[in-house]
Design a protein around this ligand. Sequence first.
Ligand SMILES: Nc1ncnc2c1ncn2[C@@H]1O[C@H](COP(=O)(O)OP(=O)(O)OP(=O)(O)O)[C@@H](O)[C@H]1O
Length: 620
Amino acid sequence: MFHQLVVDTSIRTRRVGFKESVRRFWPLTRGDRRWIVIVCLCAIVAALAETAAILLFAQLTDNALQKGSVSAFWGPAGLWLAVAVAGAIVGYLGNSLAAWTAERFVMRLRARVFAHLQKLPPHFFQRNRRGDLVERMTGDVDAIEQLVVTGLVQAVSAGFAVLFYAGAALWLRWDLALATFALVPLFLIAASRFTGRVKEVSRRERVADGAITSVVEEGLVNVVLTQAYNRQRDEQARLRREARRWLRASVTSARLNELYGQLVEVLETICVLAIIGLGAWEISAGRMSLGQLLAFAAFIGYLYPPIRGLGQLGLTVTEATAGAERLLEILDARPAVTDPEPSDVVPAPKRAVGAVEACGVGFRYPGNTDEALHDFSFSAVPGELVCITGPSGAGKSTLAALLLRFYDPDIGSVRLDGIPLHRLPLAQIRSNITLLPQETLVLHDTVEENIACGRDVTHDDVVRAARAADAHAFITDLPDGYETVIAPGTSRLSGGQLQRVAIARAMLRNAPVLLLDEPTTGLDTLAAQRILGPLRRLAEGRTTLVITHDLALAADADRVLVLDKGRLVESGTHAQLLAHHGLYATLFHTRPPHQNGTTHPHDASPTVSPLTDGGRRAAG
Ligand SMILES: Nc1ncnc2c1ncn2[C@@H]1O[C@H](COP(=O)(O)OP(=O)(O)OP(=O)(O)O)[C@@H](O)[C@H]1O
């Protein structure tokens, strides 16, 4: 059903600046802001402790070391130790709290993006590679954390460290300090020179990361096909191509960071040499003590790491905004449908009766010029089985998507019990319609949980449903019976068995409307036959819509709707449509022989149809 790969523009890409990134993600720190403030305070106290330690060191040099006085040692030494211990405790608490806050932010951001992804319409996932989306959910989410929480804490910490060390250096010798500060702009120029380049490279690196995850993910999903078609080399070449792109970006990024680091070190050396030169001159002129010079040199030395840190932070932030761009692209993708405003909701019983109706529906997919459905109307009531058929691309799956309200029609309306779907809560619509897709949804869990699917039911309920779906026997043959764990892509169960698990799940769900999407496709004749009985029981008393190319199923329907190019071209019973000699008759006579258990086109008639069950018609 929702399987077409639509070649179209992928997620909207737009450049996002630093301010916008922070503005969009800062609200996610709500609830943790007081912790962020405490972390910043800890960082400030740690910088203060460092400043006090250096001043105490100067005092020790001048009073204890130079004068050789042991009595002058104890006071400042004790104080220094106390300051160091206090600094260590505050540093430990602050850093631990920072890690906790940062991880909570990551958790919250990931949950938010994931929740948003789950609201997006099917075409979004057809147009974007899964691997790339996974990369955004992991790598890019981490990058944003660097921007918002860690970045902020580092900026505050480095900012205050610079302030304290510079203040202390000025206090010791303002003239020397100013002479050294004159070199600071060199650091800023170096940082700004690198920023633009780093952003571009980071953007390329993140895109390449996404592409690699996509190739690996697709390779794993299609591994059987790859082996069957001997495509291993092609797949490896695909990975190599993406990996090369990543390598280039990644090496360039590392090279730029390294170049920046080395440049800053040379600048630092220039500054230190300048201080030693000036200091030697000052000491020889008797204007400065050795303790003062050492403390001064220490302050200037301590000043560089935070200044360098601020520059580096600029680069980190730049890299992070590339990640922010990619996450905002997801967050800005709008869901095709949303829940109605409470005032627009039409009150209706939780469980609908099940009458389904489409009135003059017209619909075109976002970005498409052609209508997928045009002026389409039909209705079905409980107990009725309506088969929807037609050539490929006729609009059958689109109708299913509209019934489940993945999209709203552009014109006309789709109704459940006479209420337009856009006036019912989404959860209510979907709890009243059971979709049985071609590929069974498998949860990585026990068979029992796969049938219960989160519903509050007893083991007996599950067994009853499994029996009705003809699944009990093969489930009890599994090594751990109902407790056997199965996973998506499992080979423990065949396609037909999985379909029966899905039917058992649908039995428990007990929704009044049943939407079957090609229920027999992919199954061999025998497997297809085996699910017909359970399907028949499932359809009993419900409004059943079957989307199918398998006209053996159509033969059994109360009514067949034939779609072509988005229009309803024929409607009637199998016999009426055959007699009409229109599109249905052509499709019927040109279908492959032996299709899903029917022997010859002309053998099929309403009396030998596979889904026919007198009891089921009682309500129809
Ligand atoms: N996500 C999408 N984005 C854009 N166009 C789409 C999308 N899905 C389907 N279409 C287009 O809408 C039209 C109807 O498609 P639909 O999938 O409903 O046909 P179908 O009858 O179910 O086909 P099939 O039997 O092959 O599954 C087609 O022209 C198709 O290309």
